[in-house]
Design a protein around this ligand. Sequence first.
Ligand code: BYC
Length: 330
Amino acid sequence: MYTQAMDTLGKEAALAPVPHSADEARLQARFDARIDAGEFIEAKDWMPEHYRKTLVRQISQHAHSEIVGMLPEGNWVTRAPTLKRKAILLAKIQDEGGHGLYLYSAAETLGSSRDEMLDALHTGRAKYSSIFNYPTLTWADMGVIGWLVDGAAIMNQVPICRCSYAPYARAMVRICREESFHQRQGYDALLTMMQQGTEAQQAMVQDAVNRWWWPALMMFGPPDDQSPNSALSMRWGIKRISNDELRQKFIDATVPQAELLGVTLPDPDLQWNAERGHFDFGPIDWAEFWQVVGGDGPCNRERLGARVQAWEEGAWVREAALVHATRNEH
Ligand code: BYC
């Protein structure tokens, strides 16, 4: 699997746009040398146009994921089982709003306005993580989102703290710290239900794990040999670890946690492979992934509809803020 992926990455890296002039070639060579030396790129530094575009795409999609990710959890704020769980859930959702703001700010340093990015989200041109197009049916889903979804997010995002684009890397440091709290609170909620709960509550946890396991594995993106953006993103130090490698690391870390929790993961092919030093796992339904990414998942319309409605209903706030800012100029 890995050899094939590396071959593909090599071929695609050759597709990097060629410089238009001798000047650009010189700047490009200097940029490549800085990347090779592990230096960070700042907003005012010269960068290839494709690097800028790739970053705006990834960072804005990441920001969209954070704010759309607030919606499935928002569904449970009024139904949290205790005051403590409600306070934790509210704090987590607020953190996610904050992550969205840091990330939109990081993308703005690349010359893309927040209005442009949000317009791309609202008109369906920009993606956000496939995971948030699944419904949250029971309270156990809040725990499983923390454990598996935030767990997958951390696995993917810790390497981004070393992303070559410094404003993104800096934003990720704080985000990852908060994500660790999110993951722990989810695991803690599930542990309480599994160890102190009724049989019905334990069954609810197992049902939530069954529904979220495969979509969580899809969060890491398509297999390396079907990932069109990976080659250049790896070359430029935007991505440090490939989609498949991160997915494998996540599975290896999560299986023992599931055992401790007392739940089974819904994959009959999941077993330790001593030769590879990793867990083997069954086939992922990539047709389902592409259907959800293409806008046709269980909750895509509902999620986008909620975002558009929030944008429209917030128009008066933006207008008032603009008028206030203009008055303060005088
Ligand atoms: N969902 O060439 P590839 C969180 C798209 S967690 C939807 O491998 P790339 C949170 C991809 O955009 C989630 N689309 O792409 C957690 C590309 O399409 P475009 C957010 C996906 O960018 C808890 C196409 O498929 N995390 O925030 O090299 C609570 C081909 O893929 C997905 C991040 O965004 C997907 N799962 O790698 C609240 C982390 N996977 O754009 C919030 C930063 C792939 O060419 N992002 N696609 O039209 C990344 O690390 C990378 O963008 C990815 C994809 C690994 C996700």
